[in-house]
Design a protein around this ligand. Structure first.
Ligand code: HEC
Ligand code: HEC
Length: 214
């Protein structure tokens, strides 16, 4: 929302012919106001206007890092990441539209996730914070952050839909999602089913709501 406010100011500056630094930033980084129009046309049916989908197994995009969102969309387009559902929709987006729609969803406020099995949160926390040295699982927090806030290279996980997380871990372990520079495939492959189920619940419980893009 803060980004949208900045965009309105840029609009005013543009009218009087001032090429301000924020205007340049908007051109290269994507304009959330333009993104809002694209999202409303195509994406809201599944990802919702606020980026927090009510549909099961559909990723939450709100407050996800824009750089990560851009990479995923480009990967779907180029076939480096495959999904029957997303594959059908990403083709309708032009290369130029991608940064705008990413900026839009990155600017949406996240809301708390939904934990469906609190009994496994303790194990989930242990896996997330410490990994499992015995089986060579690194701590998730080492890349995704203590609160699941992520960075531009490592996606935000906080509050993510449990079913979506489990599906991605399955795809990584099976070698079917391969756009992760090999990092997640190794991690997922080493995890037991109980550890995977538990960490997905713990991720849903993480509450950081507004991660800053570095
Ligand atoms: C018919 C439902 C549907 C529509 C419409 C749709 N998506 Fe998706 N989207 C999904 C599903 C399901 C996934 C998870 C697919 C997978 O497992 O790779 C997904 C995944 C994504 C991801 C990856 C998220 C992550 O955390 O890695 C991004 C980014 C994304 N969608 C953006 C968009 C944008 C932008 C649009 C509009 C142009 C859009 N989607 C339209 C259902 C949809
Ligand atoms: C060495 C760094 C590293 C560690 C440790 C790591 N990850 Fe990841 N993770 C990544 C990278 C890189 C990606 C994918 C980025 C991309 O597709 O561009 C990713 C992606 C993911 C995704 C997909 C997110 C989405 O929105 O689609 C999930 C889920 C995930 N990691 C869970 C975990 C869990 C659970 C752990 C701990 C058991 C973990 N990661 C440990 C680097 C790491």
């Amino acid at each position: 929302m803060r980004l949208l406010a900045i965009q309105s100011l840029v609009g005013v500056a543009g009218c009087v012919g001032v090429l301000s630094a924020p205007a340049l930033w908007a051109q290269t980084k994507g304009d959330p106001e333009i993104g809002a129009g694209i999202a409303a046309r195509v994406c809201v049916a599944c990802h919702a206007e606020d980026g927090t989908s009510p549909m099961p197994n559909t990723p939450r995009l709100a407050s996800q890092h824009a750089t990560y969102l851009v990479k995923q969309m480009k990967d779907y387009r180029a076939g480096r990441r495959t999904s029957e559902v997303m594959g059908n929709y990403i083709g309708g987006l032009s290369e130029e539209e991608i940064p705008h729609v990413a900026a839009y969803y990155a600017a949406q406020e996240a809301i708390p996730g939904v934990v469906t099995d609190p009994s496994v949160l303790k194990l989930g926390r242990r896996v997330y914070v410490d990994g499992n040295p015995g089986s060579g699982i690194p701590a998730c927090s080492g890349c995704h952050g203590d609160e699941g806030e992520g960075t531009r290279r490592f996606p935000r996980l906080a509050g993510q839909d449990v079913g979506y997380t489990l599906e991605q871990m399955r795809l990584y372990a099976a070698g079917e999602r391969t756009n992760d520079r090999g990092l997640m495939q190794t991690v997922a492959d080493r995890m037991s089913e109980a550890e995977t189920l538990a960490v997905a619940q713990y991720i849903a419980s993480l509450m950081v709501l507004d991660a800053e893009e570095e």
